[in-house]
Unconditional design. Structure first.
Length: 429
């Protein structure tokens, strides 16, 4: 009988996996069908192939599931698997940076000769990384699943859908907004590591051809299934990103996630929810398994300084300055002063650059993308009230599970406002 129940459970989980896969891929198609169809005239040669990637990732996850590594490792051994993997990533990143430095150095005439030993070392490290990657993924999935279960977000002890992610080079996203108002109208995934010349040429062609604002942005994770996550040796960031993308997977099986592309407000509700919940889950995972990596509780910056750049002055508040920029831009656009708004954004981009924040382009598409992540009171979202409503609902919920169960059934911003009103404390209470 127990074996039969276990088999039924496995079949149910497989069904959930395939349902989530279909829904996530279909959601991406729906986003492309309407307003973005004109943009695809320009992007087709460089678009990312999600179907092929997903099939390959699922094959790797099947291999990982057969091994069921965490079951055979003590907690201390599981922890060491992850720490060894992070150290390997750190070595690999250092070697790749050294190779890039040789090619960029103005006095080096034959970088291919001088970097030959480094290239050979990179090949060995990449092979070892490939060998260790699935084991580290399995352990982190197990640890995150355990914490999610303890938070009351599991079904029969198993998160639904199961926590699955795969480290991979991530697609970049071409974001398109009208020039007259900040609103994301297209988000098209492009192949990873496109040359900057190709990126700028594509942005210019889309803008000239369609009279829009366009920007290609890097992303750290994508909530397909399994989730796509960028390679990193930053454990706090890695756990938070995996948790963030799992929240998207969780919501995809519920109305809020299914309606992700229904309106800009629904996208902001989704992303703000995933940010808030992802951070909360990540802190719990780190506190339990890796307390030495637990960062202090403070707001993360939406756009950190470029690697190698000088650290910004302590007195410079990036979020506050970006908030001011967005509010001013919204006012200029509302007054019909499009060219003035664009000139102002370029001046502000230079201002941020002088303070160590190397933003390549600051335009309407930038705010359309980053403004949806409204988990903090100030930032690129400006005065958009949607994020504030999500934060208020979380503050009024007794725990994360209660918050997610409430917000998962939201189908509009009006729904969210109603929930916030229902949870308001009694006057004088």
């Amino acid at each position: 009988m127990l074996r039969t129940l276990a088999q039924v459970g496995r079949h149910a989980l497989r069904a959930a996996v395939w349902l989530l896969l279909i829904l996530s891929l279909r959601a991406g198609d729906l986003a492309i069908e309407d307003t973005a169809s004109r943009v695809r005239q320009y992007t087709r040669p460089w678009e990312f192939d999600y179907v092929s990637w997903t099939l390959g990732a699922l094959f790797n996850k099947e291999r990982q599931a057969v091994l069921d590594l965490p079951r055979y490792l003590a907690p201390a051994q599981q922890r060491q698997v992850v720490l060894d993997y992070l150290d390997l990533v750190r070595q690999l990143d250092r070697v790749e940076a050294d190779i890039a430095d040789f090619y960029a150095h103005p006095e080096v005439k034959n970088p291919e000769v001088l970097t030959a030993p480094l290239v050979a070392r990179r090949a060995r490290l990449l092979a070892e990384w490939q060998r260790q990657r699935l084991a580290a993924e399995a352990v982190l999935e197990h640890q995150i699943s355990t914490v999610i279960g303890d938070m009351g977000l599991s079904l029969g002890g198993q998160p639904l859908p199961p926590v699955l992610y795969h480290v991979t080079p991530l697609p970049m996203a071409l974001i398109v907004s009208p020039r007259t108002v900040i609103r994301q109208e297209a988000d098209i995934s492009l192949q990873p590591d496109l040359p900057l010349e190709t990126i700028t040429h594509l942005e210019q062609n889309v803008e000239r051809g369609l009279n829009v604002s366009a920007l290609v942005v890097p992303v750290g994770g994508i909530g397909v299934y399994p989730s796509m996550v960028m390679r990193s040796d930053d454990l706090a960031w890695l756990v938070e990103t995996v948790a963030h993308e799992w929240i998207h997977n969780y919501l995809t099986l519920r109305p809020l996630g299914m309606l992700y592309f229904a309106s800009p407000q629904m996208r902001t509700i989704n992303e703000t929810t995933a940010n808030l919940a992802g951070k909360e889950i990540a802190r719990a995972v780190l506190a339990r398994y890796y307390p030495e990596f637990l960062p202090p509780e403070q707001e993360n910056e939406a756009h950190p300084p470029a690697p190698g750049s000088s650290p910004p002055a302590r007195t410079f508040d990036f979020r506050a300055e970006m908030h001011t920029t967005r509010v001013t831009v919204d006012a200029l656009l509302a007054a019909g002063k499009v060219e003035e708004a664009e000139a102002y954004m370029e001046a502000r981009r230079r201002f941020f650059w002088e303070h160590g924040y190397h933003i390549r382009r600051l335009n309407q598409a930038y705010f359309a993308f980053y403004g949806a992540y409204a988990d903090t009171p100030v930032g690129p979202q400006g005065r958009d009230p949607v994020g504030e409503a999500v934060r208020t609902l979380r503050a009024r919920s007794p725990n994360l599970a209660a918050f997610l169960r409430r917000i998962a059934w939201v189908t509009s911003y009006a729904d969210l406002q109603r929930l916030v009103e229902e949870t308001a404390p009694e006057p004088g209470g």
